[in-house]
Design a binder for this molecule. Structure first.
Ligand code: FAD
Ligand code: NAD
Length: 403
């Protein structure tokens, strides 16, 4: 009998968890497993705010995919997915085509710009290794250039961050630590630097515990971050941004604008014609797409509802990894015969870093701040390495500088 072909698209948190679990669950004679990813490395998306600010080298945030998969069980294809033809069960790649019997889509997210003018052209994003490396280089270039010009242009030292969600806040935490280093390195008076965070909602970190929000905002303000809360970015231009609070419109001149105001599912999912909401497909309890018994969608491309509040769960690595485990179990059941499992998220908490040595969060129902929260955040970061690559990967890439 022909072996079923399982194709997994994307080697992020969801895709790698699926493949590393599946390669153990089914034998070589039972299925042909193919993993497709545009790079030969996996990156820890959850560490990209550090690479973007320049507080952690981008090589620390990535590792070889081949180092965590079993080459005798999984065929790794380094290529870019161009489109999914769900009716013919084919994947079009930049350099070829693949057909599948079972498909797992775990292609992550794209920045959500809500159609705001100029963002695609003029704003940076924290999305992958390339965008993070470019942002870090760009900021450093502004500091390096400042003292070479006459007259000096202070807007070179103005950095605007759009969105005070978790990505914006974590990036600000790193930036607030990095700026004093850049000032020392390039002989710049720290008072000339302006870091502005623009948040449309009435609070930073909307929906998070108010006491923890206050701690985070106070911490960042003490380090020089200016918050414009209840203020929306309306446009990005070549010279900065236009923001509005109520009817008041203001222009801020800035050479660096970072858009960290949300994500949508990968556009490939939308283009494939699956019913979706901003690139996210509401999947069945077993993580399959309604009407497509052989297609699983997990991670940031999937949408699952938190029944307690009747709203979608926010897209997180925590959920993507747990979905990867369930997808592997269910694929194995489909291949070998057996019952499919329902996905039940087990939310252990949320911890946001505020630079290397501070953080805020709730873990296992307990609120924490400061070095305790920072320690917890590093343990969470190490745990995700452990889940995919065991102790060897933790020793190679883990975070051990705790205080
Ligand atoms: P990803 O992990 O993003 O992986 C997608 C993979 O698909 C990548 O390898 C990419 O290269 C590949 N890919 C994309 N397009 C193509 C293509 N066309 N062809 C081939 N390959 C492709 N969540 C938490 O739970 N905790 C945190 O602390 C946390 N911190 C975060 C910090 C930052 C700065 C950011 C930006 C996000 C953070 N998140 C956090 C959210 C979390 O990173 C995402 O929810 C998670 O990465 C989603 O996993 P995924 O598997 O869906 O996608
Ligand atoms: P988000 O959607 O969580 O936050 C975006 C923020 O931008 C919101 O506060 C929103 O009000 C604001 N915003 C939207 N439009 C705006 C505008 N025009 N002007 C100004 N502000 C605007 O997005 P995110 O922070 O990128 O996070 C994406 C996902 O990743 C979330 O699910 C988040 O939970 C997760 N994440 C988790 C962590 C962590 O657990 N430590 C860290 C980073 C990201």
């Amino acid at each position: 009998m022909r072996k079923p072909k399982v194709v997994v698209l994307g080697a992020g948190y969801g895709g790698l968890m699926t493949v590393t679990r599946l390669q153990k669950a089914v034998g070589v004679s039972e299925a042909e497993i193919t993993l497709v990813n545009k790079n030969d490395y996996h990156y820890e998306t959850t560490w990209l705010h550090e690479a973007s600010a320049g507080t952690l080298h981008h090589d620390r945030c990535r590792y070889d995919i081949k180092s965590v998969i079993n080459a005798s069980r999984v065929n790794f294809v380094q290529d870019t997915v161009v489109s999914i033809n769900k009716d013919e069960q084919k994947i079009v790649l930049e350099n070829g085509e693949l057909d599948y019997d079972y498909l797992v889509i775990s292609l992550g997210s794209h920045p959500e710009t809500f159609g705001i003018k100029g963002l695609k052209e003029f704003a940076f994003s924290i999305s992958n290794i390339n965008s993070s490396r470019q942002l870090r280089e760009h900021i450093e270039y502004q500091f390096a250039t400042y003292n070479t010009e006459k007259p000096r242009r202070d807007e070179r030292l103005t950095i605007v961050v759009g969105g005070a969600g978790f990505t914006g806040i974590e990036f600000l935490g790193e930036l607030a630590n990095r700026v004093p280093e850049l000032c020392r390195e390039y002989d710049i008076d720290a008072k000339k630097v302006r870091i502005v965070c623009v948040e449309a909602a009435p609070t930073a970190l909307p929906g998070f515990d108010p006491e923890l929000v206050d701690y985070a905002v106070n911490h960042l303000q003490r380090k020089g971050v200016e918050f414009k809360i209840g203020t929306a970015i309306k446009e990005a231009t070549e010279t900065g941004i236009v923001v509005a609070k109520d009817e008041q419109v203001e222009e801020i001149s800035a050479e660096t604008v970072v858009w960290a105001a949300g994500v949508r599912g990968n556009s490939i999912v939308e283009e494939a014609g699956f019913e979706n909401m901003r690139g996210r497909v509401k999947v069945n309890a077993d993580l399959r797409v309604p009407g497509f018994e052989n297609v699983f969608i997990i991670g940031d491309c999937s949408l699952i509802i938190n029944e307690e509040i009747n709203r979608p769960y926010p897209p997180t690595a925590q959920i993507a990894m747990q979905q990867g485990e369930t997808a592997a179990k269910n694929l194995s059941a489909l291949i070998r015969g057996g019952e499919l499992t329902e996905f039940k998220p087990d939310i252990k908490g949320t911890v946001a870093s505020l630079g290397e040595d501070d953080a805020v969060g709730v873990a296992f129902g307990k609120k924490m701040v400061g070095s305790k929260a920072s320690f917890m955040k590093k343990m969470i970061d190490n745990r995700s390495l452990f889940m995919v690559g065991g102790p060897g990967l933790v020793l190679k890439k883990g975070k051990f500088k705790f205080f």
